[in-house]
Structure formats: structure tokens, C-alpha cells
Design a protein around this ligand. Structure first.
Ligand SMILES: Cc1cc2nc3c(=O)[nH]c(=O)nc-3n(C[C@H](O)[C@H](O)[C@H](O)COP(=O)(O)OP(=O)(O)OC[C@H]3O[C@@H](n4cnc5c(N)ncnc54)[C@H](O)[C@@H]3O)c2cc1C
Length: 254
């Protein structure tokens, strides 16, 4: 029978070694919602060192709650190859739509990202960005519940690329906008128009500042696009597009 100290040692040893190994990454994905998890998964599949920071305990973001908390999730049929790759089952819902279990998709995305090699740090939130010579080169992070309540300094993670997949709050981009480093007015998302919003979010996915990329709802909030409500295809495709753009940019800079 192992001692309690051995259980603690196993947890701390495993966590610490992952933590130390990810203080410098190719890409940091801030926010483990659907767009962030797809982006992390695709980048890790390409062999990049990927670090996911998530402020909540559980990853998945808004996927878990379909609409009004009903765990049935709608995506466009164009995402079926991605769902098949994740081994997520879905049913035809007519009009080019599919319906799947929210829990299956959330679990499938988390598993795919982690099995591809991305590291997840939960209860860790982005507090600020590191900007050097006009480029984002890392993030300033703190432990959820600590930084907000106690005067405790954060720590930094370095990265060659940072993806803001924090959803409505577009936390990283807001930080730059507030300091006048990003042009335009960033007033948040517009009224609901699901079809237009799904196309908008994918089209506008990409860099908003050197080293900083937007995917998912943060695209809508940043550019003032329409909201889309409980349909998630755009989130998945946006994460996939962000990964392609990041990969191309990093290969160019190598
Ligand atoms: C409460 C709620 C409200 C919604 N409202 C709308 C709406 O108004 N309009 C609409 O079109 N759709 C809305 N949706 C549905 C929308 O499609 C989903 O939010 C979708 O999940 C967005 O995907 P995403 O990947 O962009 O981000 P999300 O699924 O929102 O995931 C973002 C993740 O980032 C994390 N995060 C946020 N800030 C930080 C930080 N500083 N550091 C680290 N992690 C951070 C969050 O905890 C979350 O896990 C809502 C969903 C939820 C759950």
C-alpha cells in the first residue's frame, strides 16, 4: 500500500514536469472552448509544442450546454469529416444540419488535443500579454481564484504565437485594444444572425496583431460580427483555420 505522500508526489511530479516543459511553446491557446481545442489539436498534430491555458476547472467552454443547457449540439454538415475524425456520432437534422451529443464532442475534442501532445493547464487565466518589439511573445498568467483575490504576482509563458480563443470576452485582444495597440472600435458582437455569423467568424479568423491570432467567438466580438447562438460548426472551422494560419506564419519565421 502506498503512502499518502507518494500519491501527492505522483501528482506534483507529473504536474511540475509538464509545467516546466511548457514554459516555452510554439503556440499558446488561451481558452479551451471548441475553437481553442480544435486549434490546439491541429497544431499539436503538426508537431508543434502547444500549451492550452483555461481559466475554469473543466475544458470545453460553451460546448457543454447546446442551447438553454440542452446537451444536444448543432453543427453544419460541412464539419462531418472533422466529427468523423473525432469519432463523434451525429444524426441528420435536415437543412444541411447535424445534431450530436455535446458531451461526446467536448470529450472528443479534449481527448484529440491531449493525445496529439497539447498540454492543458486548467484554473490558469491569461492576465496580460508580453509584447516585445511590436510582437506578442508570451502571456502573463495567474492561478484562477488567486490573482483576483490576493496580491500575488503572475508568471509568464513564452510562445511564438498566441491564440485568443477566450470567446465573447476576447481577453487578449481587449488588452491590446485598451492600450491603443489595435486600431478600430471593438464593441462586442452584434445581434443574432446565425447563418451570417457562422460565415463571418471563419472568414475573419486570423492575426489581429503580430503574434496574436483570433478564433471562435472572439472574432465576432472583436470585429463586431453578428452572434450565432447554439450552433458550433463555425467555431470548429475557425479553430482549424487559425491553426493553418499560425502554422504557415511560424514556418515563414523559422
Ligand atoms: C454562457 C454562454 C453564453 C453564450 N452566449 C452566446 C452569445 O451571446 N452569442 C453567441 O453567438 N453564442 C453564444 N454562446 C454560444 C457560443 O457559440 C459558445 O460560447 C461557443 O462555445 C464559443 O466557442 P469559443 O471556442 O469561441 O469560446 P468558448 O466556448 O466561449 O470558450 C472560451 C474559453 O475560454 C476560457 N477563458 C475565458 N477567458 C479566459 C482567460 N482570461 N484565460 C484563460 N481562459 C479563458 C473560458 O473559460 C472558456 O472555456 C454562448 C455560450 C455560453 C456558454
Amino acid at each position: 500500500m502506498s503512502s499518502e505522500a507518494e500519491v501527492s508526489r505522483a501528482i506534483i511530479g507529473s504536474y511540475t514536469s509538464r509545467f516546466l516543459g511548457h514554459l516555452q511553446s510554439d503556440a499558446i491557446i488561451v481558452g479551451a472552448g471548441p475553437s481553442g481545442l480544435v486549434c490546439a489539436w491541429r497544431l499539436a498534430q503538426e508537431g508543434l509544442k502547444v500549451t492550452i491555458l483555461e481559466k475554469r476547472l473543466a475544458p470545453g467552454g460553451g460546448i457543454w450546454g447546446g442551447g438553454m443547457g440542452m446537451p444536444d449540439l448543432v453543427v453544419e454538415k460541412t464539419t462531418s469529416p472533422l466529427l468523423e475524425e473525432l469519432n463523434v456520432q451525429c444524426q441528420e437534422a435536415g437543412n444541411g444540419l447535424l445534431v450530436a451529443s455535446a458531451a461526446e464532442l467536448a470529450a472528443g475534442l479534449v481527448l484529440a488535443a491531449l493525445r496529439s501532445g497539447a498540454a492543458l493547464f486548467n484554473l490558469t487565466y491569461l492576465e496580460d500579454l508580453v509584447v516585445k518589439e511590436g510582437r506578442v511573445t508570451g502571456v502573463v498568467a495567474n492561478r484562477t481564484f488567486l490573482g483576483d483575490n490576493l496580491p500575488i504576482d503572475p508568471i509568464t509563458f513564452d510562445a511564438r504565437a498566441v491564440a485568443d480563443t477566450t470567446g465573447h470576452e476576447f481577453v487578449a485582444a481587449q488588452l491590446l485594444a485598451k492600450r491603443g495597440l489595435l486600431k478600430g472600435e471593438h464593441t462586442g458582437e452584434g445581434p443574432m444572425d446565425a447563418e451570417a455569423a457562422e460565415a463571418f467568424v471563419v472568414k475573419k479568423t486570423g492575426a489581429c496583431f503580430p503574434g496574436l491570432y483570433l478564433a471562435g467567438m472572439s472574432v465576432c466580438s472583436f470585429y463586431g460580427g453578428p452572434r450565432m447562438g447554439p450552433i458550433f460548426g463555425g467555431m470548429l472551422l475557425s479553430g482549424e483555420k487559425a491553426a493553418k494560419i499560425i502554422l504557415k506564419d511560424l514556418r515563414k519565421r523559422h
